[in-house]
Design a protein around this ligand. Structure first.
Ligand SMILES: *[C@@H]1O[C@H](CO)[C@@H](O)[C@H](O)[C@H]1NC(C)=O
Ligand SMILES: *[C@@H]1O[C@H](CO)[C@@H](O)[C@H](O)[C@H]1NC(C)=O
Ligand SMILES: *[C@@H]1O[C@H](CO)[C@@H](O)[C@H](O)[C@H]1NC(C)=O
Ligand SMILES: *[C@@H]1O[C@H](CO)[C@@H](O)[C@H](O)[C@H]1NC(C)=O
Ligand SMILES: *[C@@H]1O[C@H](CO)[C@@H](O)[C@H](O)[C@H]1NC(C)=O
Length: 365
């Protein structure tokens, strides 16, 4: 609540003084906040509200109040609207209005948790070249990820997660060189990861989780992608082997590759060259390699369940946190290192292997 609204609310609860209070508030208002909102921008916002049938959830877009004072709306010093955010408005039915380009100074466009917002991303958004962030998250917006987004080269954040997007990830997203965060998770995207995404050198977070993406995962140039901290490719249909470069990304702190169809070796993900502690999740694949010889670096998570991993648990395993490891459903054998430390661990994390023993499991013979 803005201080102004809060004040009104407070004073409204004192009916005796309400007349005085209203005068007082209006006086303060007219003194401190001159009409700031650009007239055209305010009209456009009211047209958006009317396009959506004046939903009750947008009641706070009140024409009697300066639009720069509306919650979640932000203006620059010239009174131009730079942030348009609508959140948790399930009473908004229908598409994104096709005339958002009438807010030319828009810097952040943010629609989230609007499950009845539907249709495609309108073409007019491609004209808003000052946009640095688009967040359309948790809506019924669908269709392909449109080409015109490639024109918005000032974008630092693009989040289209938990929508109904279909089709491939377009190659032109690779033109968005300023992106630090790209999230296309939880859609119905198909096809492979375009090569262009693997050279977006300012990316710190890439999330493609929960789609129907397939093909092999491309190599990521470690020199170019030196700032990548989070990579989420889990819950897809990726196949083939894990590219070796994923083990050499110097800042990678969290790697999620679980629930795919990956095969072969993954041992190179566990090298000690990284400076950061890692979370590595590669469960539910068809990975097949010998774990015995690995010197596990400090990991704050080690989820390798449901693979074909064989050999024994290396000594360095004994230093991992029992709360964040899971090696179940593999072909491991031999004693659990530092077994005493794992004595109280949930035995599930070791279940369905060839012949693990010690720790929470029956003693070794
Ligand atoms: C777009 O951003 C630039 C740089 O911040 C600014 O000079 C320009 O006025 C903005 N355009 C509009 C239409 O606000
Ligand atoms: C609107 O969204 C709510 C919450 O997701 C949902 O229960 C309702 O069915 C939706 N209405 C329509 C018409 O889609
Ligand atoms: C990448 O990030 C750096 C450091 O924040 C910044 O100086 C540079 O302009 C960014 N590159 C692009 C293309 O935005
Ligand atoms: C670790 O770094 C060293 C020196 O830079 C390099 O020779 C070695 O190949 C790297 N190991 C892995 C597994 O990348
Ligand atoms: C370990 O993974 C298995 C297989 O996915 C799962 O059933 C089990 O609940 C997990 N255990 C823990 C403690 O997370």
């Amino acid at each position: 609540m803005s201080p102004h609204k809060f004040y009104k609310h407070l004073l409204a609860s004192l009916p005796l003084f309400s007349l005085l209070a209203t005068l007082f508030v209006d006086l303060c208002h007219s003194q401190t906040v001159a009409k700031l909102c650009n007239h055209n921008d305010e009209n456009t916002l009211l047209q958006i509200k009317s396009f959506w049938g004046n939903p009750p959830s947008l009641g706070y877009w009140d024409p009697n109040q300066d639009c720069c004072q509306w919650d979640l709306i932000q203006c620059n010093e010239q009174g131009r609207v730079i942030t348009l955010r609508v959140s948790l408005s399930n009473d908004v039915h229908g598409p994104i209005p096709p005339f958002l380009d009438r807010l030319p100074s828009l810097d952040r466009l943010h629609f989230d948790n609007m499950y009845n917002l539907s249709g495609p991303i309108p073409q007019s958004i491609g004209k808003l070249t000052n946009l640095t962030a688009i967040v359309i998250l948790g809506t019924n917006i669908g269709g392909p990820i449109p080409n015109f987004l490639g024109r918005l080269t000032n974008l630092v954040e693009l989040n289209l997660a938990s929508n109904k997007h279909t089709g491939p990830i377009p190659d032109f997203l690779g033109r968005l060189k300023s992106l630090t965060s790209l999230d296309l998770g939880d859609n119905q995207l198909t096809g492979h990861i375009p090569y262009s995404l693997t050279r977006l050198s300012n990316l710190s977070s890439l999330t493609l989780t929960l789609n129907k993406l397939s093909g092999s995962i491309p190599e990521f140039p470690p020199q170019k992608m030196s700032g990548l901290q989070f990579l989420g490719l889990n819950f897809n249909r990726f196949s083939g082997s894990i590219p070796r470069s994923l083990g050499r990304l110097p800042s990678l702190g969290a790697l999620y590759l679980d629930h795919n169809k990956l095969t072969g070796d993954a041992s190179y993900l566990f090298n000690k060259n990284n400076t950061v502690n890692k979370y590595i999740s590669i469960g539910y694949n068809n990975l097949k390699f010998d774990l015995s010889k690995l010197d596990l670096p400090r990991l704050w998570g080690f989820e390798i369940s449901h693979n074909l991993i064989y050999g024994s648990l290396p000594l360095s395993f004994g230093f991992l946190d029992p709360e964040t490891v899971n090696v179940s459903y593999n072909r491991l054998c031999g004693p659990i290192p530092n077994g005493r430390r794992f004595k109280r661990a949930n035995p599930d994390i070791f279940a369905h292997n060839k012949c693990l023993c010690g720790g929470p499991l029956p003693a070794c013979k």
